[in-house]
Design a protein around this ligand. Structure first.
Ligand SMILES: [Zn+2]
Length: 404
């Protein structure tokens, strides 16, 4: 039975010696299977047991029952230096009343819930949960940035309608959050980046961003070896907005028309925003018919739609900077009368946008990260205190390996 419990417990090197079933609680007596330990003072291996030190430690529940480990942290006597020493246990910290994996699991629950609920659901006090948060945070933060090569900078509004943004820093290779800045201000962003240290900043090869001057300036100042690129989807977003604006303008034009034509025009425009923005090749038969109707009713929208398709194709199909640049320049000339804002923006950020053809970096993952941050924020706990919110957010990406 103890042998099976050892397997169920599944902590490497740990053996269940005995157990007690107390109904809602299961108590397992455990100790390491090795009969010796290494003295932390002199490195000598000792098998001379000096004392047993038992303590109760909370572990992951089993079939809905609380599990307590009665852990024996043995004390050995070192023959070399003559002093007693306690063995190291990597599943529980000294003096902690819970295993590391239990604390991690509790902290993971915080993403979908709040402090009060997590405490209640696990029969813990709020201060116990908070102490686990601090403990887990101290183990994984500050996070290791030594692998950071491609940095994504984006922003997210956590409080709707207030125009307040926090800045989100992402490792584009691992897909993990690496930092948050409490406001979209140059000085604040620089402060966070500088805290990473010169070595990290110098190893960054690329910084991908939307078209915000402030980011370009920060990256230009602090990341000496990085190429700055603009994610194609940020450019597409501006293009899409302008195309939709073109659609809405048709409503005004419709007002000038005779009743019958006006109705026809308005009917063709209504509810087709999505159809205009979607890739034409992905439209259903019904959607394609609707597209034809609006193109018929409005030649201007027809041209804009055509240009939008071409734009997407350039970014999908260009295989090198030369080809991409050539095609994009061509496109700018044709699009100038129809997409004034988009064309102006692309011209201002031409070098960074063209950088996409070389690096092909997109910030697609950033969107997933932003959604998750909103979830964390919605659970309330910690948002009033930005540092706590940041700590908790960073933890979420250290504790869970995927972005699922
Ligand atoms: Zn020793």
């Amino acid at each position: 039975m103890e042998l099976e419990l050892t397997e169920v417990l599944n902590i490497p090197g740990l053996v269940v010696e005995d157990y007690r079933n107390l109904g809602q609680e299961l108590v397992l007596d455990v100790e390491l299977e090795t009969a010796h330990a290494t003295c932390y003072r002199c490195g000598e291996v000792s098998n001379h047991l000096h004392q047993n030190h038992w303590s109760l430690v909370r572990d992951l529940p089993l079939s809905n029952r609380e599990v307590w480990l009665r852990v024996n942290r043995r004390q050995f006597k070192c023959k070399n230096c003559g002093k007693p020493f306690s063995e190291e246990l990597d599943f529980v910290e000294k003096r902690k009343k819970y295993t590391n994996r239990y604390a991690s699991q509790i902290i993971e629950q915080l993403i979908h819930s709040d402090l009060a609920n997590v405490a209640k659901n696990n029969k813990l006090t709020e201060s116990q949960v908070f102490s686990m948060l601090s403990h887990v945070a101290s183990q994984v933060l500050p996070i290791n940035l030594s692998g950071l090569k491609r940095l994504g900078i984006d922003e997210i509004s956590l409080v709707k309608g207030q125009g307040k943004f926090i800045v989100v820093l992402v490792d584009l290779d691992s897909g993990k959050l690496v930092g948050l800045v409490k406001e979209k201000k140059k000085k604040s962003i620089e402060q966070v980046l500088l805290s990473w240290g010169q070595e990290i900043l110098e190893q960054i090869e690329e910084v991908s961003m939307d078209m915000a001057k402030i980011y370009k300036s920060v990256a230009g100042n602090l990341c000496p070896n990085a190429v700055i690129t603009v994610d194609r989807f940020h450019v597409a977003k501006i293009l899409h907005e302008e195309l939709n604006q073109g659609r809405i303008e048709q409503k005004k034009i419709a007002q000038e028309l005779q009743t019958e034509e006006r109705e026809k025009m308005l009917a063709s425009i209504k509810g087709c925003k999505y159809i205009l923005l979607k890739r034409e090749k992905n439209l259903s038969e019904k959607q394609s018919e609707k597209l034809e109707k609006i193109k018929e009713a409005s030649p201007k929208v027809a041209i804009m739609h055509e240009l939008k398709e071409e734009f997407t194709q350039i970014f999908d199909e260009s295989n090198n900077v030369g080809e991409g640049t050539f095609k994009l320049l061509n496109w700018l000339e044709k699009a100038a009368p129809f997409f004034q804002k988009t064309v102006r923006t692309i011209k201002n950020w031409f070098g960074e946008i063209v950088g996409y053809f070389e690096q092909r970096t997109t910030q697609g993952i950033v969107e997933g990260i932003n959604n998750k941050l909103k979830l964390i924020k919605r659970s309330g706990f910690g948002f009033r205190n930005f540092d706590c919110f940041e700590k908790r957010s960073l933890l979420v990406w250290r504790l869970t390996d995927s972005l699922a």
